[in-house]
Design a protein around this ligand. Structure first.
Ligand code: ADP
Length: 502
């Protein structure tokens, strides 16, 4: 029996999972780490604490499973993306707390770069948008605000990495400074067509090339752990950003296959094969993964801000349910929302509308409307947003969606999944192993060391727990999607530029 270790480093916690080669979970350990909010809109992590926490979970899963280093065929790492760590190569110590992907401190740096030509450059070369969400402005902020850092960086003493790269550096005892292409392509500094760091963008964002890691495929030989860590060196064979890892963990290995993670927000990725498609609908183009000896496989990515969070609003704001899962029983007391539409634009709308001025609304109320209709309309509102994104992805790629694979907390709702299948007119498939993010990293590691031989091997290891088939009349679907489109029109641009929200 071969075992694979998945290091799953998230935004709030570090987890490590050991899988056997049949994708069964053997042991899991998880610990949260500290979130630092030094000012409004700022979010930081202590990179040393992340490493210490991760290391603890690695020791715990080995203990629990009763395994030794020699039993682990390979390690795969998956991680929160876009979070920036800079450290001193001489000491291995971070020069500042990590700046987390959610951090908005560099929003006011954007106007420096914001010309139509630069926006076009960024979009064409990286597949992303000029936004403080990504690494480039965060790195520049550190170079400007930590005393003496720019000179040290130019002299080659400073290393940059996203969390995958930071963990790899520490796992290998400070000997390997590499990242993988799925993380590199989220920095705003990487040309995803030429597959190299982009000199024009490095110059634009004033970032010295000397800080950059080597970029490798997502599945390859990244090095081995330092001997003292697990008792003997263990091969590291996979590194992949969390959303791409979930796409791979869902075995979405053919163009047109897509996954949605229904968490607080919803995260959608669709495999577009060997072509990097530039979106006409404000979606991101990203590298899904790259196996050694092959070209990259690309994906389109979009997200819904309010997924499960809309259900939390029913619980905490409207207080019509006591706990999130209760939404299903309440919604199931009515057979339709009877014309009630809830547009969950509580925080504006993301792709394909991209309107920060939109706000949430409940439309179509009559004297007969009840909390049950609102509950059902909430589930429909989540599903409609996912439909909008998937339709836009189909439009961009010209590749029809074959089926949708799902995970995340709210994917537990059978009713939501049925509504999704009905509105999408496609099968919705929920897997046995819901730990798809960790599983993707384990698959990458398994491919690198020969535990798995091919993509068809990966597909064969994905097993379905439930398949939801569309069961709605075409005419009903059109009525409902038409009503949704009209409702969205009503909420766009709701907040006026001169209106200050309380
Ligand atoms: P995150 O990783 O973003 O914290 P999770 O994947 O843990 O999110 O999913 C949590 C979300 O799923 C919550 O917003 C909650 O409203 C929703 N949720 C959890 N269980 C159910 C359920 N049985 N039915 C519907 N929604 C649920």
């Amino acid at each position: 029996m071969a075992y694979l270790m998945a290091i799953d480093e998230g935004t709030t916690s570090c987890r490590t999972i050991i899988f056997d080669d049949q994708c069964r979970i053997i042991s899991v350990a998880q610990h949260e780490f500290t979130q630092h909010f030094p000012r409004p809109g700022w979010v930081e992590h202590d990179a040393d604490e992340i490493w210490e926490t991760q290391r603890r979970t690695m020791a715990e899963v080995m203990d629990q499973a009763g395994l030794e280093a020699g039993d682990i065929a390979s390690i795969g790492i998956t991680n929160q993306r876009e979070t920036v760590v800079l450290w001193d190569r001489r000491t291995g110590r971070p020069v500042h707390n990590a700046i987390v992907w959610q951090d908005r401190r560099t929003a006011d740096m954007i106007p420096r770069y914001d010309t139509p030509a630069n926006r076009e450059l960024v979009h064409r070369h990286t597949g992303l948008l000029l936004d403080p969400y990504f690494c480039a402005t965060k790195i520049n902020w550190l170079l400007e605000h930590v005393e003496g850092l720019r000179a040290d960086a130019e002299a080659g003493h400073i290393a940059f990495g996203t969390i995958d790269c930071w963990l790899l550096w520490n796992l290998t005892g400070g000997t390997v400074h590499s990242t993988d292409i799925s993380n590199a392509c989220r920095t705003l500094l990487y040309d995803l067509h030429k597959q190299q760091w982009d000199e024009q963008l490095l110059e634009l964002f004033e970032i010295p090339a000397a800080i950059l890691p080597e970029v490798k495929p997502t599945s390859c030989d990244f090095g081995a752990t330092e001997e003292s860590l697990l008792g003997a060196p263990v091969h590291i064979g996979g590194m992949i950003g969390d959303q791409q890892s979930a796409l791979f963990g869902q075995a979405c290995v053919e163009p047109g296959m897509a996954k949605t993670t229904y968490g607080t927000g919803c995260f959608l990725l669709m495999n577009t094969g060997e072509t990097a498609i530039t979106s006409e609908h404000n979606m991101l183009t990203t590298v899904g993964w790259q196996l050694e000896g092959h070209g990259p496989i690309y994906a389109l990515e979009g997200s819904v801000f309010m997924g499960g969070a809309s259900i939390q609003w029913l619980r905490d704001g409207l207080k019509i349910i006591d706990e999130a899962p209760a939404v299903n029983d309440l919604a199931a007391t009515v057979s339709s929302s009877e014309g009630v539409v809830l547009v969950p634009a509580f925080a504006g709308l993301g792709a394909p509308y991209w309107d920060p001025f939109a706000r949430g609304a409940i439309l179509g109320l009559t004297r007969g409307s009840t909390d049950a209709h609102v509950a059902r309309a909430t589930l429909e509102g989540i599903a409609c947003q996912v439909c909008d994104l998937l339709r836009a992805m189909e439009g961009d790629s010209g590749v029809p969606l074959t089926e949708l694979r799902v995970d995340g907390g709210a994917a537990a709702s059978d009713l939501l999944m049925q509504i999704q299948s009905d509105l999408l007119d496609r099968p919705v498939l929920r897997p046995e192993v819901l730990e798809t993010t960790a599983l993707g990293a384990a698959f990458m590691a398994g491919l690198a060391c020969g535990v798995y031989e091919s993509l068809s091997d990966i597909s064969a290891h994905w097993t379905q727990e439930h398949r939801f088939e569309p069961a709605m009349d075409e005419a009903d679907r059109e009525v409902q999607l038409g009503r949704w489109a009209r409702a969205v029109e009503r909420v766009l641009g709701w907040i006026q530029e001169d209106e200050h929200e309380a």
